[in-house]
Design a binder for this molecule. Structure first.
Ligand SMILES: [Zn+2]
Length: 190
């Protein structure tokens, strides 16, 4: 089990949680990125609204004991990715769907096209870990190729969504890519 400190979700408006996770100063500094203010490097964040956050977690409960997977759409500004919608995708890994996921390429093309029509880009992906921690696996890492995107993992314990973590894939190519823990800011307003 992960310790409480591993729970990186922060609720906007609840500064107690923000402080516990990463410190108010950093959060405030990074939010200023959207205003064009220059900021320190190295703090990655995923911003997502409550509705989309709940939807991706619920997806993991519905496909339990198999993994779910889907795409996060929105826009990027610096190290901050803002999710404006989530799209479910089919898991093509029917051989080992409890610990593998692979988004159907036809789904991905369709989701990307539909997103562009709404002015959204792909900013990340999500999947679930049935009865496993919300940490990336060596397979998750090997199969991650969208640099600059977020990879969100929800552990689903006995059919119930538990911890949700996000990891930013940094680097320019396969040789120097890295998963970095990033904060998730769940915004209550829809
Ligand atoms: Zn995984």
């Amino acid at each position: 089990m992960n310790s409480p400190q591993r729970h990186r979700v922060t609720e906007k408006g609840n500064s107690g949680n923000l402080k516990g996770a990463v410190g108010n100063n950093i959060i405030e500094t990074r939010f200023s990125l959207c205003l064009g203010v220059s900021v320190v490097n190295g703090f990655w964040m995923l911003k997502i609204k409550r509705k989309e956050y709940d939807a991706l977690r619920r997806h993991g409960e519905e496909t339990y004991p198999h993994e779910c997977c889907g795409v996060l759409l929105g826009h990027m500004e610096g190290d901050v990715r803002t999710v404006t919608s989530v799209a479910r995708a089919g898991n093509t890994r029917t051989d080992s769907a409890h610990n593998r996921y692979n988004i159907d390429p036809r789904d991905l093309i369709r989701i990307q096209r539909e997103g562009r029509e709404r002015g959204e880009d792909i900013v990340g992906f999500y999947h679930s870990h049935p009865d496993h921690p919300a940490r990336w696996s060596p397979t998750d890492f090997a199969e991650a190729h969208w640099y600059g995107c977020s990879y969100v993992i929800t552990s689903v314990e006995k059919g119930k969504a538990a911890l949700t973590n996000s990891f930013a894939l940094t680097g320019m190519d396969e040789n120097d890519k890295k998963f970095i823990d990033e904060a998730i800011s769940v915004e209550s307003l829809s």
